[in-house]
Design a protein around this ligand. Structure first.
Ligand SMILES: Nc1ncnc2c1ncn2[C@@H]1O[C@H](COP(=O)(O)OP(=O)(O)OP(=O)(O)O)[C@@H](O)[C@H]1O
Ligand SMILES: [Mg+2]
Length: 244
């Protein structure tokens, strides 16, 4: 198997007595698009918080190339080449769209993937460069965060529900854009998404979390038909026992 670029081994997270992640292991190879799916509350965002250093795992190891990430600060992890977008976007609301991208670029400590104007054009926000971020609709704030993440010069992008809040046409455009981003810069995408139609079409692999455990990991089509995954999403047990 190819060397994993990003790898977690036996990752657990407890909040007090609540176990949110239990012995989660995953591998993401360079240039792969891997989607992380699972019902609400499965632990997806928490796993991203652990990878990006916002929270520390209760147990386990997370490695980028061969470097241990556990114990490093979020800004160190970012400067190592792992950038993320948030489920609830957090741009600087008193800065304009282009000022936000420029600010991210200054923070980076790595060369941006392209100049700010080009990144804004790429995500479709060039015409809104001068708008204060507080006036952007929620879906567009996510696209702004994508441009900000690209300004950090990442090798890995962690995307947390990037498509939520976009119209169906915008979802299609953003999905095609992410594929182009991967192809153009060889980026690796680890992507939490609830819009299955979009994400399952472009992912190389899907990992399914349910109640904090990995219940499936494989090609999207196989995962979508896995009885345990259907049960997690639909409460569907399969088989012929109509009594259930
Ligand atoms: N700081 C925290 N303290 C206590 N419990 C937490 C904390 N953060 C998350 N949780 C709990 O952990 C569980 C997983 O939350 P998480 O946000 O990771 O789920 P998710 O898979 O991202 O869900 P969604 O699809 O709704 O975004 C939830 O039950 C949540 O309430
Ligand atoms: Mg979440």
């Amino acid at each position: 198997m190819a060397q994993a670029l990003l790898e977690g081994v036996g990752v657990s997270k407890h909040f007090g007595g609540l176990t949110v992640l239990r012995q989660v292991s995953f591998r993401v190879s360079e240039g792969e698009i891997v989607t992380l799916i699972g019902p609400n509350g499965a632990g997806k965002t928490t796993l991203f918080h652990l990878i990006s250093g916002l929270h520390r795992p209760s147990a386990g190891s997370i490695r980028f190339e061969l470097s241990e990430l556990v114990g490093r600060s979020p800004h160190t992890i970012c400067r190592m080449g792992i950038a993320r977008t948030f489920q609830t976007p957090r741009p600087f609301v008193d800065l304009t769209v282009s000022e936000n991208v420029a600010a991210a670029g200054r923070f980076a400590g790595r060369p941006p993937l392209a100049p700010p104007e080009e990144l804004l054009a790429l995500v479709g926000l060039a015409e809104h460069a001068g708008v204060l971020s507080r006036h952007l609709p929620a879906g567009w704030r996510k696209l702004l965060e994508l441009a900000m993440a690209l300004a950090l010069g990442p090798r890995v992008l962690l995307l947390d529900e990037l498509l939520a809040g976009l119209t169906p046409a915008e979802v299609d455009r953003a999905t095609a854009l992410l594929r182009r981003i991967r192809d153009r810069w060889g980026l690796t995408l680890f992507w939490v998404e609830h819009i299955m139609r979009a994400v399952m079409g472009i992912a190389d692999r899907a990992i399914v979390l349910h109640h904090g455990e990995v219940i499936a990991d494989g090609p999207p089509r196989a995962v979508a038909g896995d009885p345990r995954v259907l049960e997690a999403y639909l409460g569907y047990k399969g088989g012929n026992d109509h009594g259930n």
